[in-house]
Design a binder for this molecule. Structure first.
Ligand SMILES: Cc1ncc(COP(=O)(O)O)c(C=O)c1O
Length: 454
């Protein structure tokens, strides 16, 4: 992997000291050269190199070349694309791109999509749409009456798996349901929602389950919930099915992985974050709905803008922000530049890397692999026989801290129930099986030191 640092490895205090001159705002401006040296000297060493094979921690990646071109054109011309008045080409491109993505991803053909700022907001809007839909069945308009329109707002519930992303907690907080409205469904041994338990909970609960969220690629382990049985339960219970594919849905484009996502076309709404592994600049998220008219629940018209009588396409009516970036262009230029074949190859290679790394280490006596890797994430813990089991959580934290401090690679740590585990993420094609196994070797070395200190 070579010895180049993934970032400076400096402490927060040292980073703050170095960055101080950047915020020394003065009456006089700097020349372009002065500005460039300031940023290069002071900031860039402290930025993470997402394209390093050792960056194995989070969902970040450098933009791909075709995407950068789209980003450049966006900044040069119409970065805002709320509607026809702001950017005729941008508004139409967004509509066309959403249609094409529905097709490519095999989502419900009667549906629609909109670009969003983040997966978090897409998930929140999905729960709002679910509530709105339920309110309509109860005979009132949620937009007008709010939650108070429901006969028993305290009974409203959203079912998620224990491994669902915390944006679902934000969603219920922001929508005024509160976290007590979340029904947390356990996961099976591969960390997919246990649909048997979901069914029992739906039957047993006195709450009104408005929405069930299946995660197609969990944040912790990349596991993909089995959607068809969950869709069936939703149908029986009259609940909205939201699929949170923020991280995972991209892998539906890879033929060998596509079947994991079977049933996504049954979802009432689906979120997706191309800004995670598609190499497209942030922000680039989408929310898809099953029926085109579902987005009408979001529309608020004004007199100066987004008027009811406007005839041009108006993507800004499908989500709250008025100012919206032209996210579709970088997606379009990226796919056109690479071609679908390369897009799929880029996505496939880290998936294979993780699967191969899993196969290599799963029998190792000092390693406990926590799940079969559905996608590009592998959680494991190192468990040397001479370390007492009650010390293992502490050991993983020690390893995580030491590895990240070294500045050569970046990994993450998470908890699965009461167990602290190391988490490797392969997002970019630079993260090969070899790079993952080098990390495992580094983890072992650090674990060796821990034994010494213990
Ligand atoms: C499964 C899942 N859902 C939602 C989100 C939130 O997406 P964003 O970070 O774009 O808000 C994430 C982020 O990692 C995620 O992994």
């Amino acid at each position: 992997m070579g010895s180049s640092s993934i970032y400076s490895g400096a402490s927060p205090e040292k980073v703050a000291e170095d960055l101080q001159p950047l915020v020394d705002f003065q009456d006089a401006g700097l020349s372009p050269d002065e500005l460039e040296s300031l940023v290069e000297e002071r900031l860039i060493p402290h930025l993470m190199k997402y394209d390093s094979p050792g960056f194995q921690s989070m969902f970040n990646i450098l933009p791909e070349k075709g995407a950068k071109y789209g980003g450049y054109i966006t900044l040069k011309y119409n970065q805002g694309v709320t509607n026809w008045q702001v950017s005729p080409g941008g508004a139409v491109l967004e509509e066309l791109c959403c249609r094409k993505l529905i097709d490519l991803l095999g989502l419900c053909p009667a549906g629609d999509g909109t670009f969003m700022y983040s997966g978090t907001y897409a998930n929140q809007e999905a729960v709002y749409l679910a509530l709105h839909w339920k309110a309509e069945k109860d005979g009132f308009n949620l937009g007008e009456k709010g939650l108070m329109g429901f006969p028993n707002p305290r009974a409203l519930a959203v079912a998620v798996s224990t491994d669902a992303h915390f944006s679902m907690r934000h969603a219920v907080r922001m929508l005024g349901l509160g976290e007590e409205s979340l029904i947390s469904v356990p996961v099976d041994k591969n960390r997919r929602m246990d649909s048997g338990v979901l069914e029992d909970s739906v039957d047993a609960t006195e709450k009104e389950i408005v929405c069930v969220v299946a995660t197609a690629g969990t944040t912790a382990t990349g596991s993909v919930d089995n959607i068809p049985p969950i869709a069936e339960i939703c149908k029986k219970a009259g609940a909205w099915l939201h699929v949170d594919g923020a991280y995972g849905l991209a892998y539906k484009l890879v033929p060998e992985w596509s079947s994991l996502f079977a049933g996504v076309e049954l979802a009432d709404s689906v979120s997706w974050d191309p800004h995670k592994q598609m190499g497209i600049p942030i922000p680039n998220s989408l929310l898809f709905v099953r029926r085109k008219e579902d987005f009408e629940r979001m529309s608020i018209h004004s007199h100066y803008f987004n008027r009811e009588e406007d005839v041009g396409p108006n993507p800004g009516l499908k989500s709250p922000p008025s100012t919206r970036p032209m996210s579709a262009l970088s997606m379009v230029t990226s796919i056109r530049y690479q071609g679908l074949k390369k897009v799929v190859e880029r996505l496939r290679s880290p998936l294979i890397a993780v699967r191969d790394a899993y196969e290599t280490i799963r029998e190792d006596p000092d390693i406990e692999v926590c799940h079969y890797p559905d996608t590009g994430i592998l959680c494991f813990r190192i468990a040397p026989p001479d370390i007492p089991r009650d010390q293992l959580n502490q050991l993983q934290m020690y390893i995580y801290t030491r590895i990240t401090q070294e500045g050569q690679r970046y990994i993450s740590v998470t908890r699965l129930e009461d167990t602290t585990v190391l988490r490797l993420v392969a997002l970019s094609p630079q993260v090969t099986c070899e790079a993952l196994l080098e990390t495992v070797a580094a983890v072992r070395d650090v674990a060796g030191e821990y034994q010494f200190m213990y």
